[in-house]
Design a protein around this ligand. Structure first.
Ligand code: SF4
Length: 386
C-alpha cells in the first residue's frame, strides 16, 4: 500500500493554500520551530496532502528513507490494577483478579528463556499496577533477567507503575529509580502519559500520577542516564488544544533533558471499556495526527507507529506521514490492544514481514536496538524514494 504525497516545493508553489499554513511550510523548509498557535492551525485547517508533504519532508531530511524496527518481546506481569482508567479494556481490579492474570517469577523467567539463542535485543515490561507486586519484586525480576541474559536491553515500567511502586516503598522517586537502575533497568517506556491536560485527565484517568509527576519521573530518569519514550493517547474526548498542550509539554521537557528516544501517539480503541460509546478516530484523522506530531515535535528525532494498536495496514500508511519507526516483532506477547479491539488479535510479525511492509512503501528497513543504534540495514536501494 503506498500513498503519494506532495513534495514541499509543490506545496510552497500552491497559491490556493491558506496564508498561515504557507507560513508554516516556510518554517519547515527553514528548519524553524512552529508555535502552539501554528500547531493548532494545522489541526484545524491542514489537509491530509499538505500535512503529509511537510511531515515527509522532515522525516526524509532526518532519516533519508530509513524506517526502524527492533526485535523484542513483552512481559506483562499482571493486568490486575489499583487504578480505574475509563479507557482501559485491559485491567481488572484486585477483587476481580480471578478474571485476570498474575505471573509468578518463574513464569516470567520461562518467557525470557523461551528466547534463548534467538537474536532478540529488547524485553519490554509493562502491566497493571498490582497492589502486591512491589519494588523489590521487580528489582529481583530485573536482576534475574540480567543474570540470565546480560545482552538483553531491559526497558520497563511506565511512570504510573513507577510512581506507585516507589511511593509504596517509601522512597523518593530519585532513590527508587536508582534502585531499579542498579538492578539493571536501562530504559523506560512512554506509557501512562495519556493526555496531560487536567480537564481531560480528570475524566479519563483521575486517580493516577498527574502530568507533573509523569514528567518529573522521566526527567529524573534522564538525569540518571536512562532514556525514555513518550506517548499520547488520542482520539477520545480530547480537543485539538489538549493535544497541542500535551505535545508542547513534552517538547519543553525534551528541550530540558534531551532524554526522550521517541514519541508514540496511541489511538484510543473503544472495545470493552467505560468509554465504548465514543467512536474511534478515522484513519484520515490518525494520519493527520502523525503528520502534525512530526511537524510540531521538532526535537523528537523518532516518531513511532505502534502497529499492534493501529493494525499493520494503517501503520504502513503512517510511513508516508512522518513516521520512521514501526516498533518491534513483539511475537504475540502483548494483550493491551487486542483486548481493546485492535484488528491485531495475535500481534506477531517476522523480521521478513516487517521488512516487506517497509519496502512496499519505498522505504529502507533498518533493525535498531533500543537506543536507535543501527544493527542491520536490510536493503540499501529502494524503488522510489522521496
Ligand atoms: S491504563 Fe494502566 S493504570 Fe490505567 S487501569 Fe489500565 S492498566 Fe491500570
Amino acid at each position: 500500500m503506498n500513498v503519494d504525497t506532495l513534495s514541499l516545493s509543490e506545496v510552497l508553489r500552491d497559491s490556493k493554500i491558506d496564508e498561515g499554513l504557507l507560513a508554516i511550510a516556510g518554517k519547515v523548509q527553514n528548519k524553524e520551530r512552529i508555535t502552539e498557535e501554528e500547531g493548532l492551525l494545522l489541526f484545524e485547517k491542514g489537509e491530509l496532502g499538505f500535512l503529509g508533504a511537510l511531515a515527509n519532508h522532515i522525516a526524509d531530511r532526518l532519516h533519508h528513507g530509513k524506517v526502524y524496527f527492533n526485535r523484542n518481546f513483552h512481559i506483562e506481569p499482571t493486568n490486575v490494577c489499583v487504578f480505574t482508567c475509563n479507557f482501559c479494556s485491559y485491567s481488572r481490579l484486585y477483587k476481580q483478579r480471578d478474571d485476570g492474570w498474575e505471573l509468578t517469577m518463574e513464569q516470567m523467567m520461562d518467557m525470557v528463556r523461551k528466547y534463548d539463542g534467538q537474536p532478540i535485543t529488547e524485553v519490554h515490561i509493562v502491566g497493571g499496577v498490582h497492589p502486591k507486586m512491589n519494588l523489590e519484586f521487580f528489582c529481583e525480576l530485573i536482576r534475574n533477567i540480567r543474570t540470565h541474559r546480560p545482552d538483553l536491553h531491559i526497558k520497563g515500567f511506565t511512570a504510573v507503575e513507577l510512581d506507585y511502586m516507589i511511593r509504596k516503598a517509601k522512597l523518593s522517586i530519585a532513590d527508587g529509580l536508582i534502585r531499579l537502575k542498579e538492578a539493571g533497568l536501562q530504559s523506560l517506556p512512554g506509557g501512562g502519559a495519556e493526555i496531560f491536560h487536567p480537564d481531560v485527565r480528570e475524566v479519563i484517568c483521575a486517580d493516577k500520577v498527574d502530568a507533573e509527576g509523569w514528567l518529573n519521573i522521566h526527567e529524573l530518569a534522564h538525569g540518571l542516564g536512562m532514556h525514555t519514550n513518550a506517548t499520547m493517547l488520542y482520539g477520545h474526548i480530547e480537543k485539538y488544544e489538549h493535544r497541542i498542550d500535551h505535545m508542547s509539554r513534552l517538547r519543553q521537557s525534551q528541550d530540558k533533558t534531551g532524554g526522550y528516544n521517541c514519541f508514540i501517539p496511541l489511538k484510543f480503541r473503544n472495545k470493552d471499556n467505560d468509554m465504548s460509546n465514543i467512536p474511534e478516530s478515522t484513519i484520515i484523522e490518525d494520519l493527520r495526527l502523525y503528520a502534525i506530531s512530526r511537524i510540531f515535535m521538532d526535537n523528537f528525532r523518532n516518531l513511532k507507529a505502534y502497529w499492534p494498536m493501529l493494525g499493520r495496514q494503517t501503520a504502513q500508511l503512517t510511513l508516508s506521514f512522518g513516521v520512521n519507526d514501526l516498533d518491534g516483532t513483539i511475537d504475540d506477547t502483548t494483550k493491551i490492544y487486542s483486548m481493546a479491539g485492535s484488528e491485531e488479535q495475535t500481534p506477531a510479525l517476522s523480521t521478513e514481514q516487517l521488512c516487506d511492509m517497509i519496502e512496499a512503501v519505498g522505504r529502507i528497513p533498518v533493525e535498531r536496538d533500543t537506543l536507535y543504534n543501527e544493527l542491520k540495514v536490510y536493503k540499501t536501494e529502494v524503488a522510489h524514494l522521496h
